[in-house]
Write a protein that binds this ligand. Structure first.
Ligand code: A2P
Length: 296
């Protein structure tokens, strides 16, 4: 059993989930099946990862009557992509993710980024010179109001943010009927996000770390670059505790009270990443939903 974090809605969100960003089509289905078969109960998805259909194939093989898991046993997150911020596009975008994932509801739906791109089906609309075509007429506050309707319709249990800073979170909170429950941001020992994590907790949002292992497979990695998983301090701790470097880092996230979503398409690593001893999440009376007031 993985530790869970209680969201402000009362939902229990497993502290470790399978990340699917960068998981290629042709590999992600086996990864999700491997994860569900070794007790992962949280899968992190997004329309922009262009692999939700394959994730859905895996989910449908394990969820439902006569299958090992019930829908309510797992926590599934998806994200609204930047080209779908216009309030008229939000419901269809959510329904597309639901249909690809073969689900009737999401546990959590995040606004992937605060900025809107030009409407349409091109993932990264660009000009000839390569610059992105933004939609400067759609504000994330309007997108949020459209996302709130998804909660009212029962399509999603909760909504949240990704890649938002404290000022932008406050902007959302100032108009929110349904408050954001999570902010998902890049976070790992090379980018600890001390201030932002505290700011999120202080505002009632849990934090999910993406790239929790430092994403050695990120597309813009430079060849020969030193990597977090090879950092002598991490390797030293791993040797000392008889764990792998990835396990040391995942344990750091959990112990700190930050939810993390390590991505892997390798069954042995998927298994290793959930086998974290002592998944104790420290709690503080001042922040009953969150692990502790000053984590860092
Ligand atoms: P792979 O998917 O080939 O197994 P992040 O979650 O920070 O984005 O990192 C994902 C990267 O880390 C992927 O390249 C993944 O490789 C690799 N990875 C995931 N788990 C482990 C592990 N336990 N040991 C080493 N590398 C891992």
């Amino acid at each position: 059993m993985t530790a869970t974090i209680t969201l402000s809605t009362g939902q229990q969100m497993p502290a470790v989930g399978l990340g699917t960003w960068k998981s290629a089509q042709g590999q992600v289905k086996q990864a999700v099946l491997a994860a569900l078969d070794c007790d992962y109960r949280h899968i992190d998805c997004a329309a922009a990862y262009s692999n939700e259909r394959e994730v859905g194939e895996a989910l449908s093989e394990r969820l439902g009557e006569g299958k090992p898991l019930r829908r309510e046993d797992i926590f599934v997150t998806s994200k609204l992509w930047n080209t779908k911020h216009h309030p008229d596009d939000v419901e269809d975008a959510c329904k597309k993710s639901l249909s690809d994932l073969r689900l009737s509801y999401l546990d959590l739906y995040l606004m992937h980024w605060p900025m809107a791109f030009e409407r349409g089906d091109e993932l990264m609309p660009r000009r000839l010179d390569g610059t992105v075509r933004y939609d400067n007429n759609t504000h994330y506050r309007d997108t949020w109001a459209a996302m709130e309707k998804l909660v009212d319709q029962g399509l999603v249990k909760a909504i949240g943010l990704s890649n938002f800073n404290a000022r932008q979170i406050d902007d959302i909170l100032s108009i929110a009927k349904h408050k954001p429950v999570v902010n998902q941001v890049e976070c790992h020992p090379y980018l600890v996000q001390t201030q932002l994590v505290s700011q999120c907790w202080g505002r009632g949002l849990a934090v999910t770390a993406y790239s929790p292992l430092g994403s050695p497979d990120r597309p813009w990695v430079t060849p020969g670059e030193a990597h977090l998983l090879d950092d002598p301090r991490v390797v030293g701790l791993a040797t000392c505790y008889n764990k792998t470097p990835a396990q040391v880092i995942i344990r750091w996230h959990i112990q700190r009270g930050v939810i993390c979503i390590p991505k892997s398409v390798t069954p042995s690593r998927i298994k290793q990443n959930i086998e974290i001893d002592g998944q104790k999440v420290w709690r503080d009376a001042k922040h009953p939903h969150f692990p502790f007031s000053d984590p860092c």
